[in-house]
Design a protein around this ligand. Sequence first.
Ligand code: SF4
Length: 303
Amino acid sequence: MTDLDLKQKIEDLKKQKKAIVLAHYYQNKEIQEIADFVGDSLDMAKQAKQSEAEMIVVCGVTFMAETAKILNPDKKILIPVENAGCSLANFGSEENVLMMKEKYPEAGFVCYVNSAAEVKALCDICCTSANAVDVVRSLKQKQIVMLPDKNLAAWVQTQVPEKEIIAYDGYCHCHNRVKKEDVYNSKKRHPEAIVLAHPEVKKEVWEIADFVGSTSAILRYVELSNEKEFIIATEEGIMYQLRKRHPEKSFYLLTPDLICLSMKMVHLDELYESLKEEKYEIILDESLQEKAKKPLMRMFTLA
Ligand code: SF4
């Protein structure tokens, strides 16, 4: 089947099954093109919450599909590739959260959405990289445990110095592998370019960047900027959106290593099979869904 045939069949199945496709900015270009909505984790969660579709196919990693299920318990939520896990989400576990709760009984617990439902269920509030600063500021506790991303936690600490942030020792394998030398080398090649970094990169990288923000914040920054050249320190998939929206500007990926393999597992074939066979359905225990929904809904009251 050609890509054109596949795209037509996907569109037909979407109509027939009253389905929508949500895709993350890190997905392959052909998936971003055919999706009904493309966004970052926060936008995807909001879209899932508002959707009236009967079926939602989440082109992203497992925690994103779980989040859609938690927010839409009565809908059929599918993920095209069953084992599309997030290395960062794998760092958190119930045992570790319980241990930290014992160690820091007075602390507020903020959980990045990049975490399993079991971990969310034990935390006070969720956050994404787009709203982490506002979420931390919103809590009354002075001491805040943020998990699982240590790089995001360190960046939030610089933005909210009045709080004491205790970081969990997790990181994203994709973002964490870039180094400050990559920035210096890229700047040598593109001296006029400004550096835009995601807070999941190492501190040594975000502290020498010109701007630090989530994928949606990076897109917004470029939209409003008069600059013409940008070095991008986040996952490669965002380059498609940047180049599509701003063909007159130049974008350079900081290093070719900025690829999340889990995000690249979905292609048109997998999406088509997912819609046709209604696989792989996300099934979560009902009481777990209820518990994990509370910190998510609390996050939504802020945005
Ligand atoms: S880029 Fe990192 S945080 Fe995002 S889904 Fe991939 S592994 Fe997880």
